[in-house]
Design a protein around this ligand. Structure first.
Ligand code: ZN
Length: 189
């Protein structure tokens, strides 16, 4: 067992004590090690980098219409409360000579989700990363998230979504392009 994992386990055991639990009772005996493993997984976005994700899956291509991947499930953790927020991401770009393997887009979303986040920043990071690696004519990202820090604490209505969007290039400059994207992501299956 590595040192980081041991430290995490100790912290969780202490957390259990602080909230009034008994970490020695049967149901909780393995909780510190389970929680430590879960946190290593949920925060593994820090260890990933964009180049290993893309892994050369950028191709020269003259296609210059909008490419949209919608309804990408994402999970992340709010950095203010360490509670999950999750929902759907919609990502589009307009190529300028280069396209990216479609399966890479959900993996970029995942890389930024598995970190402590605020939804606003995560939206922007996804858009800026695609913009950097593809230099396309435009990028649009919309995230719709449910935040357990609001829902479980009763701060907001139980079924409310937070929507964030970040657009660059043609999506920002051209109302028709933006509308086309918004129409695509609001289409019913
Ligand atoms: Zn929060």
């Amino acid at each position: 067992m590595n040192k980081d994992r041991q430290n995490l386990e100790k912290l969780i055991e202490q957390l259990l004590i602080e909230i009034g639990e008994d970490p020695k009772r049967e149901g909780l005996l393995k909780t510190p090690s389970r929680v430590a493993a879960a946190w290593e997984f949920l925060a593994n976005g820090y260890q990933r980098d964009i180049n290993s994700i893309i892994n050369d899956a950028i191709f020269k291509e003259s296609y210059d219409e909008m490419v949209t991947v919608r309804d990408i499930e994402f999970f992340s953790l709010c950095e203010h409360h360490l509670l999950p927020f999750f929902g759907k991401a919609h990502v589009a770009y307009i190529p300028d000579g280069k396209i990216i393997g479609l399966s890479k887009i959900p993996r970029i979303v995942e890389m930024f989700g598995r970190r402590l986040q605020v939804q606003e920043r995560m939206t922007k990071e996804i858009a800026e990363t695609l913009n950097d690696v593809l230099q396309p004519k435009g990028v649009a990202v919309v995230l719709e998230g449910r935040h357990l820090c609001m829902q479980m604490r009763g701060v907001e209505k139980k079924n409310s979504y937070a929507t964030t969007s970040f657009m660059v290039g043609l999506f920002r400059e051209d109302a028709r392009t933006r509308k086309e994207f918004l129409d695509i992501i609001s289409m019913k299956n």
